[in-house]
Design a protein around this ligand. Structure first.
Ligand code: ASP
Length: 582
């Protein structure tokens, strides 16, 4: 072995022991008579000491020749330190070196390997293997490892078995865009990489596997957005002979197990909210429930007073921000500018300041009396000191806009603490979603989700109102998982495809295998998939998923370290019978 101890291991109780350590040179401090080196490995840092007069001259000279990130091996004696460092676990001791072996020299790294590095994003990604030496990134991956271990432990304890499903599968138009892989043997034919193992896990239920899971890579060729990765990992699960209630309980169990065993936190049982209620109270199907600030609707209170904006509005709705009544004109203008940004799209913002002295001032004083405004304030349950912010217009659009404003106010009031966790089930999602571009309904979740039996009769007349047995888990305003109870019989599945605009031919061509399987004894089943990268980032209190992935792609979908995607040779193109348009 090139070491007897790691760099995070030695303590005061080891004083006088002989040790051999190996690692990277983090730092050299040369005081002339004394030279210290911080030696680093995955486990920590140990201080090495070389002293003029005491250390052999050649050894001292060799130590002085080291540079940052050299890989070395040292032998020496553990001694008690004169000035201790209580910030690191090995801070009571240092190693008096008697032998130094340079295992490999290193070029000066392009950025500092410190917790706070001077390296920009692109540079860190190009030299990701160096970036991974930094504590915060290493810790993020260790957290990920723990999450995966605990996920397996929990699911195993619940009788789930992990089954691998293929990566070269078949392209289907529903859902996101597929990544495709040309076949060399079958010219003009393509595999697709799975967007999820959805159909395979359902087939495993038909096979009788009963409880399946897989920590699995999925691929979606979607438009680039900040913090979206073209390949990502899911905890993918499916169960047979269950009701929705069983799924919710089982996976609430998983989340609570993870909080308990990874973070040592007992989270309360996960509350449930229907989709309609989430939209009404938060304007979002993934509300951040770390804080209240629920929407209050006052549409009917505002009518008949000749304020044209409210008069014509389908919905007048607002939030009350605690302790913000004394916001200055400038602060309120900023909020108005915020909601008027094109991404948000509100026409304006109405405010009501319930002053600390009990008086009320609003931007619509011309139209509404103090008494009118008092009634509004009561509806909001507002107290002196609060600021009511109101938006008006078409129902769905206005709710979405107010959601953005609520999140901003939550942020400003410090209510979105990364170390606080609030999980929520959102239930009863709509089955279908209207798509303006294609001018037809698409499955909101996917085409295998079952409609609520009591809503099936609406499929022809009011398809938008049909609810699904579909659920999402939300943590701190982020959707971390989603799933549904599936259709498990051929007639219902074919009817679903018809409603989604598939011809019988198309449905058969793309999903015939699944529908056929449903004719050979398919048990009732349902499942869920969690976005593993995102879940890890939430557990790690980070905004970005990037550092929870060892080798991520950048925001342009590139791996700048290996330089991919890249062109391939003419020979390869010929083999695949691919023509590149110049
Ligand atoms: N396959 C679905 C998804 O990737 C999850 C599920 O329904 O289980 O969103």
């Amino acid at each position: 072995m090139l070491r007897t101890h790691t760099c995070g291991e030695l303590r005061i109780s080891d004083v006088n022991k002989q040790t051999t350590l190996s690692g990277w040179v983090q730092r050299l401090r040369d005081k002339g008579s004394v030279l210290w080196i911080d030696l680093r490995d995955r486990y920590g840092i140990t201080q090495l000491i070389f002293e003029e007069g005491k250390t052999e001259a050649a050894l001292l000279a060799s130590a002085r020749s080291l540079g940052r990130e050299y890989v070395i091996q040292v032998e020496g004696t553990v001694v008690e330190r004169l000035s201790k460092n209580d910030k690191i676990a090995t801070g009571d001791i240092e190693v008096k070196v008697t032998k130094l072996n340079i295992l490999n020299a290193a070029k000066l790294p392009p950025f500092t390997i410190e917790d706070d590095t001077d390296g920009g994003d692109e540079l860190r990604m190009k030299y990701r293997y160096l970036d991974l030496r930094r504590n915060p990134v290493r810790e993020s991956l260790q957290l990920r490892h723990k999450m995966a271990q605990q996920t397996r432990a929990y699911l195993d304890s619940q009788n789930f078995i992990e089954v691998e499903t293929p990566v070269l599968i078949k392209s289907t138009p529903e859902g996101a865009r597929d990544f495709v892989v040309p076949s060399r043997i079958h010219h003009g034919e393509f595999y697709a990489l799975p967007q999820s193992p959805q159909t395979f896990k359902q087939l495993l239920m038909v096979s009788g596997f009963d409880r399946y899971y897989q920590i699995v890579k999925c691929f979606r060729d979607e438009d680039l957005r900040a913090d979206r990765q073209p390949e990502f990992t899911q905890i993918d699960c499916e169960m047979a002979f269950i009701t929705q209630e069983d799924i919710l309980n089982t996976f609430e169990g998983l989340i609570r197990h993870l909080f308990k065993n990874v973070k040592g936190i007992d989270i309360p049982s996960v509350p449930r909210m229907k989709y309609d209620e989430a939209m009404r109270l938060y304007g979002s199907d993934k509300p951040d429930t770390r804080f209240e600030m629920k929407f209050v609707e006052i549409t009917e209170l505002t009518k008949g007073k000749n304020f044209p904006v409210f008069e014509s509005a389908e919905l007048v709705v607002g939030i009350s921000a605690k302790g913000c009544s004394e916001y200055t004109r400038k602060q309120i203008d900023e909020l108005t500018e915020f909601v008027k940004r094109p991404q948000i799209g509100a026409k304006g913002l109405v405010y009501v300041q319930y002053r600390t002295d009990g008086s009320i001032k609003s931007s619509v004083d011309k139209f509404y009396s103090q008494d009118d405004l008092k009634v509004w304030a009561e509806r909001f349950n507002a107290q002196p000191g609060d600021l009511i912010l109101l938006l008006a217009g078409e129902k769905n659009a206005t709710r979405k806009q107010l959601n953005e404003l609520r999140l901003l106010m939550g942020e400003r009031l410090g209510l979105r603490d990364k170390n606080k966790f609030s999980a929520l089930w959102v239930l009863d999602f709509p089955l279908l979603e209207w798509n303006e571009e294609t001018k037809r309904y698409h499955a909101m979740h996917h085409p295998f989700t079952s409609p609520k039996p009591e809503d099936i009769h609406l499929l022809d007349t009011k398809p938008g109102e049909v609810r699904a047995n579909a659920y999402d888990m939300v943590i701190n305003g982020t959707e971390v998982g989603g799933g549904s109870i599936r259709i498990h019989d051929r007639p219902t599945q074919s009817m679903m495809f018809t409603h989604l605009g598939f011809t019988e031919e198309e449905a058969k061509k793309q999903f015939g295998f699944l529908m056929e399987a449903f004719e050979y004894g398919a048990p009732p089943h349902g499942g869920i998939a969690f976005g593993f990268d995102r879940l890890c980032s939430i557990f790690g209190g980070a905004d970005s998923i990037r550092d929870f992935i060892a080798f991520p792609k950048n925001n342009a979908g590139r791996d700048v370290m290996i330089d991919s995607p890249s062109t391939i040779s003419q020979e390869q193109l010929n083999e695949l019978a691919l023509l590149i348009k110049k």
